[in-house]
Design a protein around this ligand. Structure first.
Ligand code: SF4
Ligand code: SF4
Length: 402
């Protein structure tokens, strides 16, 4: 066994941990499970031991043995029970890129055959169906049929300048399909010329990265790039922060890629979307991949505060320090109880604001928080920002706007 999944820089970073434990204090997996073995500090200490035990020089010097299959399985149990939320990386005072380290550790564990069985399901679904749920990919835009006055082309045109890349969760998961349904209506209201890719859209590849299968991205990436090229488009817009991040960081820079929060914020500022009054108190949850992952904190707040009548309140942990909803890192597939326990802590924070609605900008955050709120009869509405804007388009006219 070798340490080929870690760069030289990462091997140095592992050594630079000062054991300060700051990472453990902000980890949603630790708070949700009350298990210190899920913390970054426990994991980095274990990784240091494994890396040493795989190096002949250290083995001879300290008379240690190579890590056993059992040790690797125990390590896997902590590495895959993590939402990849990046909060540990955010607070680490010596600047260790912990999120990248967890990705490398997942690749290592897949190569070492010490990974959760569910990873095989992700791999098979993507190989066979090109979406993370193993659904028939021809049905990717089936949600359009639920829009009463959808145009005849079903939002799939031969050519358009702008592509709305829907993403697997919003395409196939009924609770999340409200997001694309709202967004196409917003585009219609602003007269945006856009198209969906329909069955030509394949998974962006983000779930493969989180599964430690980053070596299998090429086919997905080239399919999606060719599909966008075939429409003659120059821009791609995403409501999913993970697809957006994936295109920003792993796709060739051929098109302008924008998250919908930035796109809608621009439309509102330019006067192309007229929003009516909503009498609501709203708080905002920063999705990990949009906030810490892509640095977008202002656009969603600008949008919310541009709606007349809306009162905006922040959660105690917001922006760079926003706590995860429990939906990232494929955790829901691997340990659904831990994912729900993390969501419980998130909803406590939401409740403490006194808001009627928690708005976010991610279909997976919507799913995780809605599922928890419904199961536990918490009277707080969870909405994606597209749903909030859609509601404001139909909202009550203000007396002075007639
Ligand atoms: S990425 Fe998030 S869940 Fe994972 S160890 Fe860091 S803080 Fe904990
Ligand atoms: S915050 Fe950074 S330096 Fe401190 S224990 Fe965690 S990984 Fe080590």
């Amino acid at each position: 066994m070798v340490n080929r999944n870690y760069s030289l820089g990462q091997l140095f970073q592992i050594k630079s941990c000062t054991n300060c434990q700051t990472c453990a204090q902000v980890c949603p997996a630790v708070a949700g499970s009350l298990d210190g073995k899920l913390s970054a500090i426990y994991r980095i200490t274990t990784l240091d031991r494994i890396v040493k035990a795989r190096t002949a020089f250290w083995r001879k010097l300290f008379r240690i043995k190579e890590p056993t299959a059992e040790e690797l399985r125990a390590f896997s149990d902590t590495v895959f029970r993590c939402t990849l939320c990046g909060n540990c990386r955010q607070v680490c005072p010596v600047g260790i890129d912990l999120t990248q380290l967890w990705h490398s550790a997942r690749r290592d564990l897949v190569d070492s055959d010490a990974y959760p069985e569910k990873i095989d399901i992700i791999r098979e679904n993507l190989d066979e169906s090109h979406n993370v749920f193993g659904e028939d990919n021809e049905d990717r835009a089936e949600w359009v049929e639920d829009i009463p006055d959808a145009p005849e082309h079903g939002y799939i045109k031969d050519r358009a300048d702008l592509i709305y890349f829907t993403g697997c969760v919003s395409s196939f998961f009924p609770m999340a399909q409200q997001i694309p349904m709202a967004l196409v209506k917003i585009f219609d209201a602003a007269r945006i010329d856009f198209t969906l890719l329909g069955e030509d859209e394949w998974c962006c590849g983000f779930p493969l990265l989180g599964a430690g299968l980053g070596g299998r991205l090429d086919g997905l990436i080239s399919n999606n790039i060719n599909a966008v090229r075939a429409k003659g488009a120059t821009q791609v817009v995403f409501a999913c922060p993970s697809c957006y991040r994936m295109w920003q960081e792993h796709y060739p820079c051929e098109f302008e890629v924008t998250h919908v929060t930035e796109f809608l914020s621009r439309l509102i500022k330019s006067g192309r979307l007229l929003l009516k009054e909503l009498d609501l108190t709203v708080t905002y949850h920063d999705p990990c991949d949009l906030g810490r992952g892509s640095g977008e904190y202002d656009a969603p707040r600008d949008i919310i505060q541009s709606i007349p009548g809306v009162r905006f309140v922040e959660m105690s942990n917001n922006r760079e320090r926003c706590s995860c909803c429990g939906g990232g890192g494929n955790l829901e597939m691997i340990d659904s109880k831990l994912s729900a326990d993390i969501a419980a802590n998130k909803m406590k924070e939401v409740k403490a604001t006194g808001a009627q609605v928690v708005v976010t900008a991610c279909q997976q955050c919507v799913r995780t928080m809605t599922t928890y709120a419904k199961r536990n009869k918490i009277p707080i509405e969870v909405m994606d920002i597209t749903q909030l804007i859609h509601k404001a388009l139909a909202g009550k006219d203000r007396p002075d706007s007639d």
